[in-house]
Design a protein around this ligand. Structure first.
Ligand code: PLP
Length: 388
């Protein structure tokens, strides 16, 4: 049986979410249609929106349903940029997800955006003071930041980051895709009520990271934020995201979001204990192995581990052959593994940034998964580092 330790890439679809999707997809009617079938679809859609909004602590009207985290981030960043046309800079911390990096790069190339970078500390955290200083530099249209690192697992201090943006009177987007389901993601407690057009104004989440379907996500956009739409058409969703709405996807997302939130605290405890066991077992088998990221303020299921002298891709391949699915942070460019930009941002050398594996546990993870890794890692490491 496959040992699946890549829950941060995607976590298995929950049966309850699949059932909700199947049931909703059996009803006919466009949620924008006036007839009875359309109204039934509309009721289910709006009820699902309310349920997701309740989990995220935002108003239902603020929840824009999208095709996933990548679209949400594109809408937030391009939308905030176009709405603040007189500004010419974007605050971009190092180590962001590629959905953010590539969108900001697009803004740089096509819109002339200036990038104001913010470094990470050795544990992969954004320093709120440095973030605020960057936000206060002239001409900043918006700032963006990860709530928690999808690769390092390090949890940023979102309260401080949001306060920094409010203090600098700059709108902030938070990428909560990796954090959602693992730490509290509460829009209303992070937004700045005193100056609602700045501070936290937008937050991205994705259904398939919490056991919902792939291809469904949401962007919370505060009512007072100025965001220009990417998609134009039928005027749906405050004209922020036109197009016939995915009622079945929303219904499934609502079920998955509620279940993830209800079990969040208990799962965090269970997974942190399993994760600690995994790290202990790996370090006992491979003493050179080193846990990266914050040892305490990290996502419960995340173990981001440096294996000195071993190529991450080789380790991944060898573990895969042993029936264990994990991931590396490094992308492949034309078949050549690139160093992880996150590990580099943590101040590590190029060689280290090619020698990291990310193990991410989730709700289907069991002690037997940990045992399987601990049994397979000595040989995989010996072979990947050329010691056997
Ligand atoms: N942001 C983060 C932090 C992620 O981990 C991911 C997915 O891996 C995304 C954005 C993109 O989300 P999606 O896969 O829903 O497009």
């Amino acid at each position: 049986m496959q040992v699946y330790l890549d829950h941060a890439a995607t976590t298995p679809l929950r049966t309850e979410a699949r059932d909700a999707w199947l049931e909703a997809s059996g009803t006919v009617g466009n949620a924008s249609s006036i007839h009875g079938g359309g109204q039934t679809a509309r009721r289910l859609l709006e009820e699902s929106r309310e349920r997701i909004a309740a989990v995220l602590h935002c108003d239902p009207i603020e929840l824009v349903l999208t095709s996933g985290g990548t679209e949400s981030i594109n809408l937030a960043l391009k939308g905030l940029w176009w709405a603040r046309a007189a500004r010419d800079a974007v605050v971009l911390p190092d180590g962001e997800h590629h959905a953010t990096l590539d969108t900001v790069e697009w803004l740089r190339v096509h819109e002339g955006a200036r990038i104001v970078g913010v470094g990470l500390d050795a544990s992969g955290r954004i320093d709120p003071g440095a973030f605020e200083e960057a936000l206060r530099s002239p001409g900043v249209a918006f700032g963006t930041a990860l709530m928690a690192g999808n690769e390092s697992g390090t949890i940023n201090d979102s309260t401080e980051l949001a306060a920094a943006a409010a203090g600098a009177a700059v709108p902030l987007h938070l990428d909560a895709v990796a954090a959602f389901g693992h730490v509290p993601v509460r829009f209303s407690s992070l937004r700045a009520d005193a100056a609602p057009a700045s501070g936290l104004v937008a937050l991205s989440v994705s259904a398939h990271k919490v056991g919902g379907p792939v291809g469904v996500g949401a962007l919370v956009v505060s009512r007072t934020a100025a965001v220009t739409a990417l998609l134009h058409g039928g005027g749906q969703q405050r004209s922020l995201r036109a197009g016939t709405q995915d009622v079945a996807g929303a219904a499934a997302f609502a079920v998955a979001a509620e279940l993830a939130e209800n079990e969040r605290e208990a799962e965090a405890q269970r997974l942190a204990a399993l994760r600690d066991e995994l790290v202990r077992g790996i370090r006992a088998a491979v003493p050179e192995a080193e846990l990266l990221g914050d040892p305490v303020h990290r996502l419960a299921g995340n173990a981001h581990i440096l294996f000195p002298g071993a190529a991450g891709e080789s380790l991944l391949f060898l573990l895969d052959r042993a029936g264990i699915a994990v991931s590396t942070g490094s992308a492949c460019q034309a078949g050549v593994p690139e160093p992880s930009h996150v590990v580099l941002a943590m101040g590590r050398a190029q060689a280290d940034a090619r020698s990291v594996l990310r193990f991410t546990l989730g709700r289907t993870s069991q002690p037997s998964d940990v045992d399987a890794v601990v049994a397979a890692i000595p040989e995989a490491y010996a072979r990947a580092s050329g010691r056997s």
